[in-house]
Design a protein around this ligand. Structure first.
Ligand SMILES: NC(=O)C1=CN([C@@H]2O[C@H](COP(=O)(O)OP(=O)(O)OC[C@H]3O[C@@H](n4cnc5c(N)ncnc54)[C@H](OP(=O)(O)O)[C@@H]3O)[C@@H](O)[C@H]2O)C=CC1
Ligand SMILES: O=C1O[C@H](COP(=O)(O)O)[C@@H](O)[C@H](O)[C@H]1O
Length: 490
């Protein structure tokens, strides 16, 4: 197995919310993988913190369980050595009680790289920043990582960002969007900007439309309390899906430097044609799942899972977005995401226009337009659908075949989880894959009117049966334009 490891300097990482779900499923496994690959230098320390009281040994036992559950093929001696780097400090981040212990530990290394990862609810972002500032724990080498959600609308995002900005400069703030850390998403940039092939065709003259689907098979699970205050639009579209759209649609940045990339993404967000009360009914579909079946058997509806029969929160959304600029005028971007859909699949489909004229006879068969499929998960890869001649002596018969590149096949390496890449980028101080404040504001500026239009309409979301592809109105949204959702996948 080939492994290319970029060295980083020694660091102190503090994970607040270290007894939570995110730490268990994502952060601890990601840190272990980085350690296993030799990317956690010897002197580095990981401080894990939450309110509940654990000794180092008790917390390490909890962390061991997390890694054993989520990391295939771990080696016991490596896991033992990794856990030695972890220290647990109980702190109540609302009151600051317990912070003195962290302060004295961190002050043993005043000049090194220091990162605070806020894996806690956003209501604690303000108090945490105030405590860190008033305890002089923010040095020039300090970074802060903010988990989503960054607000629930433009106004609350501003308050939150203002609070953090009172203590940290923008270059120290890492707003995480884990979709940007996914291998295939970074490959989208490689595909577009490291190949001469695509860029000349990457515009309205050659592309008919783009589809971005992030479909989940699971329901809201243990996060129902948060999810019901958010819904699919705020939970997935405002951040992950708009970020994917930006990477598909942005102009070539001057370099991979953080601000060059983020400047281009910002221009896309600002060019999104508004969806308001006047056109929301035509351009948006909201859904909520009812009881149905999944691969694992019968599943309850959203309202049953939530235990609240009144909720009008959407668990599915489909949108027709347009980017009002020269490159993309008239090219629809169909976006959809939802929970309890037929299958877990995230992909970007770039549908090219048909050839202008066929030189082939009717016997050759129909000619399908080229289609580029960028599959984020599962089975990461890129596929280009092209027309070829059917092999054999039977004359000129045409058929569409995939030019396939499965990453797992092409490179015999483990596909790293997004958090592995992103945590190390924080340590390196590289903000390219993190959202800048103005991007967050611009994304909310597009989302808020949609949310307002839905609130004004007083319509409830349309029902869809769990295990299907969402409400039939979502199919109608694209069929009205004589197009279909690409359900065939890779
Ligand atoms: N879980 C996920 O898949 C994802 C989560 N996120 C975001 O990450 C953040 C954490 O999510 P998640 O892990 O699911 O949440 P959990 O509720 O599972 O964990 C919250 C953590 O915060 C700690 N905490 C709560 N209040 C305090 C306090 N006053 N002082 C100190 N610690 C406190 C809790 O520990 P204790 O009770 O011991 O204090 C716990 O460790 C949230 O903002 C969430 O939106 C984002 C994307 C995905
Ligand atoms: O941020 C979120 O993402 C997950 C989906 O992430 P994935 O990497 O598993 O595709 C989603 O389930 C969750 O609701 C949302 O908050």
């Amino acid at each position: 197995m080939v492994s290319r490891v970029i060295e980083v300097d020694e660091f102190d990482l503090v994970v607040f919310g270290a007894s939570g779900d995110l730490a268990h499923r994502k952060l601890l496994p990601a840190l272990y993988h980085r350690y296993d690959d030799g990317q956690v230098p010897d002197g580095s320390r990981i401080f894990c913190s939450a309110r509940r009281s654990y000794s180092d040994a008790e917390y390490r036992a909890w962390a061991r369980e997390a890694i054993e559950e989520h990391v295939k093929n771990h080696e016991t001696h490596k896991l033992d050595a990794f856990l030695e780097k972890i220290h647990y400090i109980a702190i109540d981040l609302a009151s600051g009680e317990g912070l003195a212990d962290l302060k004295s530990a961190l002050e043993e290394r005043p000049h090194g790289i220091r990162a605070f990862y806020l894996a806690v609810g956003p209501d604690l972002f303000g108090p945490i920043c105030e405590h860190l500032g008033s305890n002089s724990l923010v040095t020039p080498q300090t970074r802060i990582v903010l988990e989503k959600p960054i607000g629930k609308d433009g106004t609350s995002a501003k308050v939150l960002n203002d609070t953090v900005a009172r203590v940290f400069d923008e270059h120290q703030i890492f707003r995480i969007d884990h979709y940007l850390g996914k291998e295939t998403v970074q490959n989208l940039m490689a595909l577009r900007f490291a190949n001469a092939l695509f860029e000349p065709l990457w515009n309205a003259a050659h592309i008919d439309h783009v589809q971005i689907t992030v479909a989940e098979a699971l329901g809201v699970g243990g996060r129902a309390g948060y999810y019901d205050t958010a819904g699919a639009l705020r939970d997935m579209v405002q951040n992950h899906i708009l970020q994917l759209l930006c990477l598909v649609a942005m102009e070539p940045p001057e370099s991979m430097d953080a601000d060059s990339v983020r400047d281009e993404k910002l221009k896309v967000l600002k060019a999104l044609a508004p969806i308001t009360e006047a056109n929301a009914e035509k351009l948006t579909v909201r859904g909520q799942y009812t009881a149905g079946a999944s691969a694992g058997g019968a599943v309850p509806g959203y309202l049953d899972e939530l235990g609240n029969s009144d909720s009008a929160t959407e668990t599915f959304v489909a949108l027709k977005a347009e980017i009002a600029n020269w490159r993309w005028a008239g090219v629809p971007f169909y976006l959809r995401t939802g929970k309890r859909l037929a299958q877990r699949v995230s992909e970007i489909v770039v549908q090219f226009r048909p050839i202008p004229h066929s030189i082939f006879s009717q016997e050759a068969g129909s000619i399908s337009a080229n289609r580029l499929i960028i599959r984020l998960q599962p089975d990461e890869g890129v596929q280009m659908k092209i027309m070829i001649k059917d092999p054999g002596p039977g004359g000129m018969r045409l058929r569409q075949v995939p030019l396939d590149m499965s990453f797992a096949e092409a490179f015999k390496v483990r596909n790293p989880d997004a958090y592995e890449r992103l945590i190390m980028d924080v340590i390196r101080g590289n903000q390219t894959l993190f959202m800048r404040r103005d991007e967050v504001d611009a994304a909310w500026a597009w989302i808020d009117p949609i949310q307002a239009a839905w609130a004004a309409s007083r319509d409830k979301p349309r029902s869809y049966t769990a295990g299907t592809w969402g409400p039939s109105a979502s199919i109608a949204l694209v069929e009205r334009d004589h197009r279909t959702w690409a359900e065939d996948g890779l």
